[in-house]
Structure formats: structure tokens, C-alpha cells
Design a binder for this molecule. Sequence first.
Ligand code: KG4
Ligand code: ZN
Length: 337
Amino acid sequence: MNQSPYILAIESSCDDTGAAIFHGSQLLSNLTANQKVHEQYGGVVPELASRKHEEHIIPVVDQALAQAGIDVTQLDAIAFTVGPGLLGSLLVGCSFAKTLAMSLDIPLITVNHMEAHIMAHFIEDPKPQFPFLCLTVSGGHTQLIIVHDFHEMEILGETRDDAAGEAFDKIGKYLGLSYPAGPIIDKLAKEGKPKYKFPKPNLKGYEFSYSGLKTAVLYFLRDQKKLNPDFIQDNLSDVCCSVQSVIVQSLMDKVIKASNEYGINRITIAGGVSANSGLRKALENHTDEKEWDTYIPKIDYCTDNAAMIGIAAYYKYLKEDFATLDITPQPRLKLAT
Ligand code: KG4
Ligand code: ZN
């Protein structure tokens, strides 16, 4: 078994087309083509997403190879996101990867997108030791997980309804912000104060819920606009700061509870919302207070990217965990437990 294979990794689960090249565990290139087309719709339009993936995939892979300084014939394996995600989007990456693997006669590796978000912690040093807690917060998922090993992950709880990223995006839409609103709310929140008290989602155990908060903000804005039609305009940064603060607090509450209950002090965050500066700061503050050993991914590895797919694939390659060419996308794929 080649211990330093060249692996091409492809990510196409939602609206970002990513390609990365690894040489062993070393990342050589990592490119992402974003899709601006969804901004005007306030969310990802699946049909448009798959068409854009088709447009982007070849140029993105070509650039990833060029930046890595290798030729396609040097590749030892092709990895791709098999799920969870949008069926049409996954299908583009899956078909491309299968075709290339077949034509080069090299192994094909499937990667679970949510597992890959967690595996992003293994792209660069320092890497967490097992077991560790991971709060995975993205546009589609909110999960608190004990990571026992690379493919042994125990979900303590997840969201009953909207994911944390979805809450940011939908509340952003009520505020007239474009999609994805998470990073915009984050930026505006820095200029505001947590002046408004929204109800903190507070389910028992390790479950999360954000639909109640979303509705509370919707009604709050409706009532305030009756008094002042320019309410949003006049108070945008304070509303953003208040919303962000309640989401961050609700996430942190569960992390603290799990750390205490399971006696695990190695804490990690992953997924698009882990780019949020409020969450990163709250985690840093608690780290000092509770003497946690905390791992916060680089911003580039928080939102969807192919580097995380590549590192997950590298560990599967070492175990010769390869897929067959009859593999199909799995939009509702769960974490390996
Ligand atoms: O992991 P990701 O790129 O895609 C999914 O797998 O869903 O996450 C995207 C989500 C979006 O909801 C986006 O608004 C949110 O991550 N997001 C943020 C920030 N950056 C991205 N939310 C809050 N603050 C941010 N800085
Ligand atoms: Zn993701």
C-alpha cells in the first residue's frame, strides 16, 4: 500500500463545488467555486445548484491539479462526498468521480460529508486526540457528538427542526439580508449590543431547536415595525447581535453540559457556523475558565470545502476502504456510529 498517495477529493453536496489534492496527509491545493445564483432567492435552489456544479467541476478540478503541480495521471485515488446533501448536487460529484476513477483505473473513495466536517481537524496540527466532543453546526445540521475514533462517532443529540445555520439564514431573510445571512449577521453583530431578549431554545438533554426562535424574531420585527416602519434599518446591528448571542448561548449550554456529564475536556467545533466569531469567542472564554483543550478550525475549513473530504479519504485509503463503481449518492446518509 502506497503510504503517500495522491488523492483528488471532490465536494458537491450543496452549493459549493470544491476540489482538493492531497499527497499522503499533506494538503497541496484546495479550491472552492461558490454559487452566487442563490443569493437572490434567500436559499439554495437545488436545480440551479446541480447545474452550477456541472459548470464548475471541470475548471475547479483542473485548477486544483495545476496548483498542486501534478498531472491527472499521477492520481492514486478519487474521493467524493456521497452524502448527506442535495441529490442533484451529489450526483454531479459522484458521476464525475466514478468516471475519472474508472478511466484511470484507480480506487474510488466515498466520504460522509458530516464526518468530513469533523475530520477537518486532522488537516493541520494541532490535531485532537480521541475521544473528543464535537459541536457540528452547519446549514443542514446541528449535532453534538462524542468522536471515539475516525469512524466511530456517537451522536448525543441533534436539532429537532431547523439547524443553527438555517436559523441564521432564515432570520437574515426577515431582516432583508442576502443568502447566506450567517456571515452577514456575524459581521453586523460586531457593531451591535445584545439589547433584545429572545427566548433561548432550551430542550432537555442534548437536543436543539431553532424554529421557536425564528418565529419569535419574526413576530418581534412585525410588532416593532408597527411602531417604527424603519425599525430594522435603525436597529439592524443590535438585532443581529441579540440573535447571534442567543444562538451561541444555546449551543454553548449543551457543550458545557456534555463536557461535565461525560468528563471530556477536549472540545472541537465544526461546520459552517463554527466560522461565527461569537461562537469562537464564547468557546475561547470557556476554555480559559474551564481549562478545556479546545480546537477551533481555520475559517477555510469551516464552511464546505474539499480539503476535509480529502483528509477523511486519506484515512480510508490507508485501510483500503474503497467503493465499487455501482455506488450512488445517499442524500440522507447518517454518521458512522
Ligand atoms: O457547512 P456549511 O458550509 O454547509 C452545510 O453543510 O450546510 O454551512 C453553511 C452554513 C450557512 O447556514 C451559513 O449561513 C453558515 O454556515 N455560516 C455562518 C457563518 N459562516 C457560515 N453562520 C454564522 N456565522 C458565520 N460567520
Ligand atoms: Zn457542510
